[in-house]
Design a protein around this ligand. Sequence first.
Ligand code: ADP
Ligand code: MG
Length: 573
Amino acid sequence: MTNDTQSTETTDGFHLVIDALKLNGINTIYCVPGIPITDLTRKAQAEGMRVISFRHEQHAGNAAAGAGFLTQKPGIALTVSAPGFLNGLTALTNATTNCFPMILISGSSEREIVDLQQGDYEEMDQLAIAKPLCKAAFRVLHAQDIGVGIARAIRAAVSGRPGGVYLDLPAKLFSQTMDATAGKNSLIKVVDAAPRQLPAPDSVQRALDLLKGAKRPLILLGKGAAYAQADADIRAFVEKSGIPYLPMSMAKGLLPDTHEQSASAARSYVLAEADVVVLIGARLNWLLSHGKGKTWGGENAAKRQFVQIDIAPTEIDSNVAIAAPLIGDIGSCVGALLAGMGANWAKPPAEWLSATYERRDKNLVKMAATLALDPSPMNYQSALNVIRNAVKANPDAIVVNEGANTLDFARSIVDMYKPRKRLDVGTWGIMGIGMGFSVAAAVETGNQVIAIEGDSAFGFSGMEIETICRYNLPVCVIVFNNNGIYRGIDVNPTGGPDVAPTVFVKNARYDMMMQAFGGVGVNAATPAELQAGLEEAIRSGKPTLINAVIDETAGTESGRITSLNPQSAAKKK
Ligand code: ADP
Ligand code: MG
């Protein structure tokens, strides 16, 4: 029996999930197949979605998060129940911490058995566990609610402050069937998922008044500004204001690091001396010493005033008082500031600019001298100089960066020229994002990826080089191999047979791992060898791993965050 609203065809949970994602312009899934979602991955591929299958869920999750940052669409990670879900959860939480939109979809066991704790296969109350660790969490029990579930997940991920969303899909849901037409009608195409949020006019005026009176103003760009894709307005605001700016690491390239108003090489000076600081999509968390203390000039800190542009009203006053909060999306806020500045905006006092740029230029000359050295064995600087030149020649390449010293040195040495070309350890300083972010960057953009990896950091996601080879992605991984965590020279004080906890196998050949999967492996002991390997990788676009042999005595404990080690913190007191 059929009538106008009924068809003879049926659809099922699998197809409704796939159709709902596609309806919303989501065409890629990052996953690890297994019970109960294996068929979902197969059917998604059959329906034309790109399904990128990983070796561990954390990296599929990181890929989804990286995709979210790059595209403003929630990246989708798909995992099996309990253990797979938990493996993905670190990535979901990291995404939330970093304000990256993603949706972790996990299959789960039968509700009736889970709730009575009767011991199902991979039994776990996943929704309850995910809830406090992400921005929002939903479960769908009926096929006809899949459309609503996906719509709510998308909206929660990208509206306001972006973040991670958990979507729990019990095994039984996938095989539920319903009438195909009714199924189609149950899906929702989300309209205006991340609506613009205009700042209140009086808050714009307050910010402009504060800026007008500033003697030593500074602009601080954070990864929220990079995410917002308001590149032209941000650049126009910086240039029209004439104010020196500092990019946080993932905001590098929003304006080219070689821009004449960049104060990066005079960072300590401007942070300590600035009287009015404009924060654009950057939080005053630990990465900015909470806006107080020695970094911010000690006594100067009390007199400093902040303008803060953020989409999250509760971010304001989280660490220090904010004199002029500007709440809204960055594009609208910066646009409103620009409009309010008028035609005759006065540039900051010349003394401030010359003091800042003279310091910067002096430091740049010093850095150039260090980069020009060619010590043997290679050190961080001489190896990074090669990558610095390669990125300069290939400004569309996406840099992924993790490690301790490898991160700190790369951040300051490798200049970025375009927005959203740098993905790194972010707000947590997390290790393990390397290969997941690399895969996402390659899949979402098609651009060359250069992953600059500490040897320890690489280990967290190293198996995913098989994924990189399998999908033949243009990723060149450069492992900064100094034989251990921080350094390779610690010794076991007891003289016992175990090496020190921070030491790895000496002279390991990470390049041979890549060869095992059909990729290109290069062992580079000199800058010239590193350069040849990297240039060939970029020319060929082939999956490549360069084992860069770094002086094992180079590097410091925890890189630049040594002070966070309990022992050094105690010494300081
Ligand atoms: P960084 O570490 O680079 O300083 P953070 O992650 O600390 O950057 O800060 C990013 C900030 O940007 C967050 O407070 C977040 O609420 C904000 N944000 C993210 N996207 C937007 C947007 N589109 N408009 C306004 N603010 C945003
Ligand atoms: Mg920050």
